[in-house]
Design a protein around this ligand. Structure first.
Ligand code: AMP
Ligand code: MG
Length: 429
């Protein structure tokens, strides 16, 4: 992996005390490289895992031209040949799904056919049964020539996937549809990247864990729980190391254990500028770590880099302590970095442009992530309003919201009715 210093030294306008979000992400992206380990798993176990190989279709799907409807298969030329506007055909037999399709009707014959059955030789069209009048003995059918066109209701061999065509690409996080696609190709097992292991802990002497008495001036540690939730959704192995006291020996031991057991270490708290505690000193001592003030709100301070202990190395994210800032920095920096570390190529999340119900004050020169509630207005359009209090300690604002209102670096204040960009929580992990 390239060193942080070498990446940073290539930037002409690098300012760690007012770092734009995009630049921080670019630096992180260049420093992080995917883990190498790969394992082979049955496709059911591959859900949410990162595909480590390209999958090329070994067969045509479907393997034969087949019917998309229950009806009668015939040669489409019969449509043009019908002088009276009515097609009349002799039915010579039936074709069921799963059969081999041995019938070969002539130009004046048809085959009764079920959905999925192989098209009889020479047939290219299926008339759905609801358009057809059948003679009492079932031996003949009549239908209007204009109720179908040649080629209708037939699925072509290989139209889903042709043999040799790329079905799935390495780097894909496998979705339910992908498991079905793999099954449709007859693929039983796939190679996936090994699962990441992520260690995390909270720092701060004011923190108490659930079950402990809440002493005066103390708060319950909530960050470990939001981190747990977000990391679980990323399908990584977790090592929750609890709350670590602001004590140099305890912190060093925690960082070393985390580094020696995990691919990435995430901490919260202790990275603010005025911070009196030891967290930053120890991070700096154990590795190649930089301390940023990011031009964003919430979530300004953040430490990023790599730490080493006893020959092991781990990526480090020192997130701010404020509960909303933890979530915002996780979603906007850690998520993409972990995707990269796990070898996943994930397309950027869609930002939707919707109407803002209210005016929002904003200064250019930083990116803001306000918590919003997106809902459908009376006129049928989608509109967003800001959740009540936006303080970076107000976790309720995240819980009530269903999206971030993303106000870009250069953006100025928003007037009521202006379009703003929102990032839906759904899909964000
Ligand atoms: P810090 O970044 O350490 O200055 O913390 C900023 C604010 O976040 C302080 O009010 C802390 O009490 C609070 N805080 C820090 N860590 C946590 C945590 N794990 N859970 C809840 N609040 C926290
Ligand atoms: Mg603190």
């Amino acid at each position: 992996m390239p060193s942080l210093q070498s990446v940073i030294s290539c930037l002409s306008d690098y300012d760690p005390t007012a770092l734009p979000v995009d630049q921080a992400n670019r630096i992180i992206g260049e420093v992080v490289e995917p883990v190498r380990g790969v394992e082979q798993v049955p496709i059911r176990s591959a859900l949410d895992r990162v595909l480590a190989e390209d999958i090329v279709s070994p067969i045509d799907v479907p393997a034969h031209d087949n019917s998309a409807m229950d009806g009668y298969a015939f040669q489409g030329a019969a449509l043009a040949a019908a002088q009276t506007g009515t097609v009349e055909l002799e039915v010579i037999g039936s074709a069921f799904a799963g059969g081999a399709g041995a019938l070969a009707p002539t130009a004046v014959q048809a085959v009764r056919i079920m959905t999925g059955a192989v098209m009889p030789a020479g047939c290219d069209t299926v008339v759905p049964q609801e358009f057809v009048e059948t003679a009492a003995d079932g031996a003949r059918v009549r239908f209007a020539a204009d109720c179908v066109r040649t080629g209708d209701n037939r699925r072509l061999r290989g139209e889903d996937l042709a043999r040799g065509q790329a079905a799935l690409q390495a780097g894909r996080i496998l979705q339910p549809a992908d498991l079905g696609l793999l099954a449709s190709l007859g693929v039983a097992e796939v190679r996936v990247r090994r699962r990441l292991r992520v260690a995390f802990f909270s720092t701060g002497d004011e923190l108490r864990s659930i079950g402990e008495p809440l002493d005066p001036g103390c708060v319950y540690d909530s960050n470990r729980y939001t981190l747990h939730g977000m990391l679980r959704r990323m399908n990584v192995d977790l090592l929750d190391m609890g709350v670590v006291r602001d004590d140099p020996d305890a912190l060093e031991a925690a960082f070393r254990t985390a580094c020696e057991t995990a691919d990435a270490v995430i901490t919260s708290g202790g990275v603010s500028v005025g911070e009196a505690d030891y967290t930053k000193q120890i991070m700096a001592r154990l590795g190649d770590v930089t301390f940023w003030k990011i031009a964003m709100r919430p979530g300004r301070p953040m430490a990023f880099g790599r730490i080493n202990s006893n020959g092991r190395e781990a990526l480090l994210f020192g997130l701010p302590g404020n509960p909303v800032a933890v979530m915002v920095t996780f979603y906007h920096f850690v998520r993409a970095a972990l995707h990269r570390l796990m070898g996943a190529s994930v397309p950027p999340l869609p930002l939707l442009r919707v109407r803002s119900v209210q005016a929002i004050r904003k200064k250019p020169g930083r990116t803001e992530y306000q918590r919003g509630i997106l809902a459908r207005a009376q006129d049928g359009q989608w509109e967003v309003r800001v959740t009540g209090q936006q303080g970076s300690g107000v976790l309720r604002s995240m819980s009530e919201a269903n999206c971030f209102i993303v106000l870009g670096h250069e953006q100025d204040s928003v007037r009521a009715g202006d379009a703003v960009e929102v990032l839906l929580f759904d899909g964000l992990v």
